[in-house]
Design a protein around this ligand. Sequence first.
Ligand code: PLP
Length: 305
Amino acid sequence: MTSPVNTSLAYLDGAWKPLTECLIPINTHALQYGTGVFEGIRGYWSGNHVNLLLLRQHFERLARNAAMLLMKSPSVDDMCHLAIDCVARNQHRQNVYLRPVVYKKGTSLGPVLVNVPDGFMCYSQPLGDYLDTGKGLKLCVSSWRRLPDNCIPTRSKATGGYLNSALAKSEAVMNGYDEAIFLNDRGQVCEGSAENIFLVRGGTLITPDNTADILEGITRAAVLRLAKDLGLAAETRPVARTELYIADEIFLVGTGCQVSYVRSVDQRTIGDGNRGPLSARIQQAYEDAVYGRTPAYADWLTTVV
Ligand SMILES: Cc1ncc(COP(=O)(O)O)c(C=O)c1O
């Protein structure tokens, strides 16, 4: 991802300041121990306005995850207003990405979550494609296993847990792949470093279920809804590694990657290596929804005026 523009205005613990002036002490708990939870939210430029995608769903997830990790977030309503304010203050006229974080801002020593004060920050930056949605991704199964739920819950979107993602993504990139697929500690297919995964087999969409140590992705839920509305069969169930190699189609979904089809996994070509018909339908339906072209999904969008 590109770095945020230095002149952009960001929110830190009650004040709006230029991003470069949003400073935290070096002994901040979240920096020392990875004790934060975050969200990634996209806004799409309609030609007139930025429309924030599934804004409330993101902040509801953030509030739930903060509580799980014994942190207190601002209210969902307050976070939604701050996010809208962030886009408005920065006068974005292109697609944007928002990064809100609830974090342990105390400076006490020791990796404990109780009796350490919480903080909240939010910044925005322009963002085009995170992964190339048009070219077909080359994936590998990572040698790194996914964090188990009983270790650092992936569903919590905890900042510290992203070291696991960083190890897998780095290994993939160093070996010439676009992205890594995690298996969980049971050896089942889990997700990408920052994406959920869908396979297509015999006309059915398949994605790992909520107990597979995945992040319960908001795009994944949106894609399941699109599939239902398109009359496509979809299953959430455990997925074995070798199902990847024999799938008719595979695509990744997420706020960052949107809907990106997969060309190969571990050097096995998926289908004929091109975007498959169901991947194409889902990608088109998703794009139409996020750009406000489908009235049925108008409530997914919050317009920043
Ligand atoms: C590990 C992981 N899985 C899946 C996703 C996709 O989730 P969402 O669609 O909510 O952005 C993300 C990105 O946020 C992620 O970091």
